[in-house]
Write a protein that binds this ligand. Sequence first.
Ligand code: NOJ
Length: 545
Amino acid sequence: MPLNVPKNAVIYQIYPRSYRDTDGDGLGDIRGIIESLDHIASLGITHIWLSPVYKSPDDDNGYDIADYKSIQPAFGTMEDFDELVREAKARGIGIVMDLVINHTSDEHEWFKRALAGEEKYRNYYIIRKGKDKKLPNNWGNFFAECPWARFGDSEDEYYLHLFSKKQPDLNWNNPEVMEEVKDIMRFWLDRGVVGFRCDVINIIYKSSLENGKKRLVLTGQEHFMSQEGCHRILQELRREVLEPYGAFAVGETVFVDVKKGKDLCDASRGELDMIFYFEHMECDQVFVKWFKTRLNPRKVMKTLTKWQTALEWNACYFENHDQPRFISRFPDLKNYRAEASRMMAGLLMTLKGTPFVFEGQEIGMVNGDFKDLSEVEDIESHNIYAMAKSLGIPKRIRWKMIQRTSRDNARTPMQWSAEEGAGFTSGKPWLKINENYKEVNVAAESAREDGVLAFWKKMIEMRKTDKALSLGDFNAIYEGKRVYAFERNFEGRRLISVSNMSGKAVKLPKILEDRGSLVISSYGKCASDKLMPFEFRLYLCEEEK
Ligand code: NOJ
């Protein structure tokens, strides 16, 4: 069981620049979030995870922080932030901050002072001389860049950046960095935040800068992926910062297998409360995420079962700001957008662990409808496109890759209403609004009694109030070509969750003959032996006397 996150929490992720704009600059802001709190509360959400709202030059949309203790002016002020915390609290909602501590922005004061030659701050970063006119090592980079950039005017000194050139990696071998981060965390905890989502947390510690074994993806990873030093750091942050405040931490963890995942979040180790792993996001990829194939639902089921069974507690998610919308991965989506979204609500809310809902998921938003690269903003997409070009991949295929995989797919502005600007902005949105906003929006959904939003609300309510869903054991029952079924048991109460992850109607598997009584169906109450396309059902088996 997790350490500090309440077992019935349901967390909503907000990507602030895309949520709601109140001053007409085309960019979401904190006031927009405050004005949306009633919507969020009506969903039944217990916590909001805010993607970064700190001061940033926005090379990577705020994941390049220039000042950890201030608010990006375009998003508002510290007073706005404090009001958000207060107003959210008044509705029983806690705020979770994004903690990005693998790197800072190159416009952070520390980096500027390092460039100015201050030894103390040089030691905050990983700065090395090249070897025989070559780079310090052969590592790879997450954004398909060279991970070493010239340090200032220096001819032979480089700094390490595993992400963009404007995101220099911090030196976690320096105890002063640790003290700075503790101070930053306490600063926000003192303002009332209740937890952190920790960005790429398992790569922060570099145990050596030796050359790595040559790989197609991320050479060098054996020197920075889930190193012992990272576990020590997490234990110290837990002991000295999180515990005294009773706060929780969910870690974004890259390239973890079950063993590595357990080491990061098993309660007995005192590190993270839970982790975001990626394996289920990869069920439609060929080797790397930029090459996609048809989604294989059985692969998704098997992956979910594996992690559900292996970890004491999961961070359950299907969407976030880095992933294409999950329902857009289903080949039959065209005719079944609403059905697929309702099914995903049922599946997500019945898995074991803390469910994370990404903004827009509650109304069944789908991938962005970008026509070409000029409509895409994401730095990663542009870098990958350029890399694909240099590899001689034809233009049509390059664009197809980006169209299906770009992180901007999930970052399109929130669709609030059918008005121009989708109720998101009265100005020019920073990223193209999906043209389907006239039909897919919060206002339209709010008027539909049996719509997508209403079903998400119902499922969230059930997830929070039914102990079998919040506390029960997980056991997989059936992983078919299309149908996934598992049970959740708590003190004799046995619920069976059944999802048809396809656009075909299918017979209920034989194994579910003895399935008890229907609690809810995403199609209403009229259940039969046939599951409708993307139908979700929940059954209650007789409680043991
Ligand atoms: C993971 C974040 O989710 C992503 O958006 C960001 O680009 C990288 N970490 C770098 O901070």
